[in-house]
Design a binder for this molecule. Structure first.
Ligand SMILES: C[S@@+](CC[C@H](N)C(=O)[O-])C[C@H]1O[C@@H](n2cnc3c(N)ncnc32)[C@H](O)[C@@H]1O
Length: 324
């Protein structure tokens, strides 16, 4: 069963103060991974099963491209590329797997560098990455010394992408489980660091998301929050009536002032802004690994400071806050 692939991680989790989480995470994850859970699952599973059995060799988690293995001969690389491509679109990366370079839609290494430059402590920490995509940042956190990273993401395709990378990397300190924030067992807490990046604007009730994240933290824990903001002073909140940058499920884009207020209302203390960056078209772009439209198609061709709908173009802030 697919859930069995997570047993090495559950064993690692059992050896930490987070051990009580194990059954409460395993049961809902197993249900999500049932064969009938998603129409494409059997095709993705076939892609996973077709991956060649290669023992993990050279691993680099501390460089921009998460790298595993020495390059295979070109013909074997072509086959591996084809299997990994069955999990298209790859949104987060880059990865390099036995010479196959997965140039994902997002240069996620840039977001990671902003987090590191902001002074976020990772050494020996128990990390939860909510809405983690395929686990790219989890690998980077391990590369920066984290003790363990639990990633959760309700999008099954991204979980399968994680399993494809994990097939080669096999690091029992990281898992991406098919769960949403609200699926996490209540009353359990204890993470040193919770990452919520690119999730808040997808939540209908941002304040509820922040309150939930606070509950998950150890009393000394920290939240790293990254979300779309309006890069202007004051207390405005954009609530797009239709789409925003062609995205349908986007509920609220606040100014940084409002974001600080939401964090304080949720109980967080000492929130500090560690980065504000306008998203560039060479950070989010179409590639052979993500062949749909991307940021350049979402901006007004006559005024790239606006989206095609006339809203301010994407700008993201990162804030680091104490549980308080
Ligand atoms: C814009 S992506 C951000 C991915 C990554 N954290 C990053 O910053 O690059 C948003 C992710 O959140 C996930 N997501 C959506 N709703 C969620 C929820 N309620 N709980 C956890 N993750 C969620 C999506 O599946 C998607 O992978």
């Amino acid at each position: 069963m697919l859930i069995d692939r997570f047993e090495p991680f559950f064993e690692t989790l059992s050896s930490t103060s987070l051990a009580p989480w194990v059954p409460a995470l395993r049961v809902p994850s197993a249900a999500r991974l049932r064969q009938d859970a998603h129409g494409d699952l059997s095709d993705w599973l076939a892609a996973l099963d077709a991956l060649p059995p290669i023992a993990p060799s050279r691993i680099r988690l501390d460089c921009d491209c998460v790298t595993v293995g020495d390059p295979l001969p070109e013909n074997r690389q072509a086959l591996l590329r084809a299997h990994l491509d069955r999990l298209h679109p790859w949104r987060k990366g880059p990865f390099c797997v036995h010479g196959v370079e997965i140039d994902a839609e997002w240069r996620s290494d840039r977001k990671w560098q902003r987090l590191v430059r902001g002074g976020v402590m990772l050494q020996d920490r128990l990390v939860l990455d909510v809405g983690c995509g395929n686990g790219y940042y989890g690998y980077r956190a391990l590369g920066a010394g984290a003790r363990l990273v639990l990633g959760i993401d309700p999008t099954l395709r991204f979980v399968l992408q994680f399993l494809a990378i994990d097939h080669f990397l096999r690091d029992p300190r990281l898992a991406v489980l098919p769960l949403a924030d609200v699926d996490l067992p209540p009353q359990l807490s204890g993470f040193d660091l919770v990452l919520s990046m690119g999730v808040l604007y997808h939540r209908r009730e941002p304040s509820a998301h922040l309150r939930l994240l606070r509950e998950l933290l150890h009393p000394d824990g920290q939240l790293l929050l990254e979300t779309l903001v309006l890069d202007e002073p004051g207390s405005r909140i954009l609530r797009p009536a239709g789409r925003y940058a062609k995205m349908r499920n986007l509920y609220a884009i606040p100014t940084v002032t409002v974001l600080r207020q939401w964090l304080a209302e949720a109980g967080f203390a000492r929130a500090r802004v560690i980065d504000v960056t306008r998203t560039a078209v060479d950070e989010q772009r179409a590639t052979p690994w993500m062949r749909f439209q991307s940021l350049a198609d979402f901006l007004d061709p006559d005024d790239p400071t606006r989206t095609v709908e006339g809203h301010p173009a994407p700008c993201r802030a990162m804030l680091l806050a104490e549980r308080g």
